[in-house]
Design a protein around this ligand. Sequence first.
Ligand code: NAD
Length: 494
Amino acid sequence: MLINGAVVEGTGPAVEVVNPATERPYAEVGSASLAQVTDAVKAAAGAARSWKRTPAPERGEALNALATWITEHTESLATTLTQEGGKPLVENRDEMGWSASCFSFYAALGRSERGRVVPSGEAGQLSLVLKEPHGVVAAIVPWNYPILLMAWKLAPALAAGNTIVLKPSPYTPLSTLELAEGFAEIFPPGVINVVTGEAEVGAALVEAPDVSLIAFTGSVDTGKKVMRTASDQLKKVHLELGGKDAFIVCDDVDIEVAAKGAVWAAYLNAGQVCTSAERFYVLGDVYDDFVDAFTAEAQRLVVGDPMEPGTDIGPMVRGAQRDKVEAQLAAATGSGASILAGGDRGAFERGFWLKPAVVVGVDESMELFREETFGPVAPIAKVESLQEAIGRTNSSVYGLGANIYTQRLDYMLEAMEEIQAGTVWFNDPLTDNEAAPFGGMKSSGIGRELGTEGLDDFRQTKHVHIDTKADIKSWWYPYSQYAAHQSEHGTPPG
Ligand code: NAD
């Protein structure tokens, strides 16, 4: 781990990291003891003042240096991540590219402004709206995109002048620990600290009095726990939680294009993406053709060794995750749904495999079509109109993202206005842009990452009012002057 610039062993219980493709232990990582969590927070608090006062261009240089470090170490980081997380190597290389790009973006944005000047009430006065860091940010991230989701928090938080204690998921700590070498080379001691471990370590960070803001990405249930604990100390929380993204296919589409886009949106990273398409609503006229094209496309996908360049889908991250998905599938088929393809473990001897499933005959009474699945499953329903699709999309408690395939402008405008989701993608599923905000409505989260919004969420606001004249104001004591003024002029003093 990295505490106050020093690489240290976690002295808490050891956690075994398993390769999901082989089910074999890959490494053992010591967790942080509670004393080490305290040390990490203390180190971040100790570095907070000087990092806040470090000129923004200098902070930007450090962020750019980190972007370069990630780019130079792409192959090694991506390989480690593939072996600990199971995501195909090609996707992990992309993850490193997006992460580096996020650090470069905030290197520039962090030095572009630090607030605004607003008109004052009188001449000789200045009203400044200053944006300041919160202090120590606890960044707690999941296993599905450990480096990217870390970057979405660290880049804006550091650019804003905060210091960090970062906790990766116990499933995927190794790539983050490798990256910590870069943190140690580039940043002053204490600015970024990394502690590993399970829920207790995360909970200790949330409770630590010197942590001012908790930036959390993970499940809704854990997000609620984080928020409950944080509320005792009235700490700020920034929550990126789960989703049940809808994918609407309208009746004007090119079926082949829509099916290929839909398959990618459903099965990317074995469906373990917070914005995976998990509910398909297809307009009646194109439903049969879409289901046929989608199923054919899903059956063509290569499921196998994530280190192989030709692999489309790797294993799921853990057996427990797969059990949950299989239970949802079984409950849905028990209630009348049909699996047209996949949904089985294939012929693999070891590893957490699940072949991409296509399911029809589904509706919102089924958990599979209502709760987050987080696995390679595409449940598809027929709808009569775009209005029905939008209504059913919005019936969810989640509001992270939504996809729509159409080129009809009237459909686009209707969907754009009506859909309750933090991101709405038309004809280009799951494409994020670091210059544009990302986050969830409803139960999918609080706050936004990326864009100028992402920087602002890691800053607090201070109004500074300056009067250069330093004269006596007419509205101060003694109030007897009011009565005198009133009787002399017939009006109160202005
Ligand atoms: P999780 O909630 O189990 O764990 C997330 C992180 O929180 C891990 O580091 C974990 O160790 C830590 N943690 C667990 N209990 C804690 C506690 N009580 N206090 C503090 N920290 C605690 O989630 P996961 O299984 O790692 O990730 C999958 C979930 O993440 C899915 O629900 C997915 O939708 C969500 N996710 C959301 C986004 C987004 O941006 N909205 C992105 C990716 C994943």
